[in-house]
Design a protein around this ligand. Structure first.
Ligand SMILES: Nc1ncnc2c1ncn2[C@@H]1O[C@H](COP(=O)(O)OP(=O)(O)OP(=O)(O)O)[C@@H](O)[C@H]1O
Length: 249
């Protein structure tokens, strides 16, 4: 569904990865694990169609993002939801924050003649319900704890029914309870048929929530496969060392 093929990315002289290929299928959670600085965020930006690869391609449902013009790319990009490590809410109520993404996407979908089958308030309520905040719509973003704010961020991304959802270290600042809510919401997104990619440095989290795991080390993806196979029986020696903690960065 969302696919990078032979993609290379550099920042100036610094190569992050070369010839990297990965796909996120509908209805799965793919965890991208790897040490700090290896390029997990860069990979998510690539999949979010916000970073053009130096070489290679990125496509959503077979449409190549960088082959078309900016308008076509924007249309593809709107089908991908993003949640970052920090919540980044607007100075407004919880409901307004969740509505925002929905209205942006809705105005765009209206223009091309496709309509959501339900109203904005229902979609907002339903998305907030997934993260346990359906009763908090009127609260101001300022009054939320960090964990609640991150849950609102997740609801905002979920509300507009993206085809793919990219989560960049979504729980690294959260306590166990809020982490559990986000992990459950991730499973719910997957059950709705959304393709989810989550970058995490927490291998236990990857084990808990992922269907497949991609291991990103210095020279690219060393191994990708079903979660159990990666953790129980990795075929690549560097993957094994990374997972067992022998490969120290
Ligand atoms: N905009 C940029 N300009 C220059 N270099 C960058 C830029 N963004 C990232 N880098 C470098 O690219 C490499 C990969 O960074 P990236 O943030 O993708 O790694 P990461 O695996 O997500 O790290 P972390 O787990 O610490 O967030 C790092 O060496 C980083 O310093």
């Amino acid at each position: 569904m969302l696919r990078a093929t032979d993609a290379s990315v550099s920042y100036g002289d610094g190569v992050v990865f070369r010839d990297l290929s990965i796909e996120v299928d509908a209805g799965e959670v793919l965890a991208v694990i790897g040490p700090s600085g290896v390029g997990k965020t860069t990979l998510l930006r690539l999949l979010a169609l916000s970073l053009e690869p130096d070489d290679g391609s990125v496509s959503l449902d077979g449409t190549e993002a960088w082959a078309g013009d900016a308008t076509e790319r924007l249309a593809l990009r709107r089908r991908v939801g993003l949640v970052f490590q920090e919540a980044n809410l607007f100075d407004a109520t919880v409901a307004r924050n969740v509505e925002y993404g929905l209205r942006v996407r809705r105005s765009w979908t209206d223009r091309i003649g496709s309509l959501f089958g339900r109203g904005v308030p229902e979609a907002v309520h339903e998305a907030l319900d997934v993260v346990g905040l359906a009763d908090e719509t009127r609260r101001h973003a300022d009054s939320l704890s960090g964990g609640e704010a991150q849950r609102v961020s997740f609801a905002r991304a979920l509300a507009y029914e993206p085809d793919a959802l990219l989560l960049d270290e979504p729980t690294s600042d959260l306590d166990p309870r809020n982490t559990a809510v986000i992990e459950e919401a991730t499973a719910e997104a997957r059950d709705r048929g959304i393709g989810v990619a989550v970058a995490t440095h927490d291998m236990h989290q990857a084990e808990r929530i992922a269907d497949r795991v991609a291991v990103l080390l210095d020279d690219g993806i060393t191994e990708v496969g079903p979660t159990e196979a990666i953790f129980e029986d990795p075929t690549d020696e560097r993957t094994r060392k990374f997972i067992s903690g022998e490969l120290v960065y």
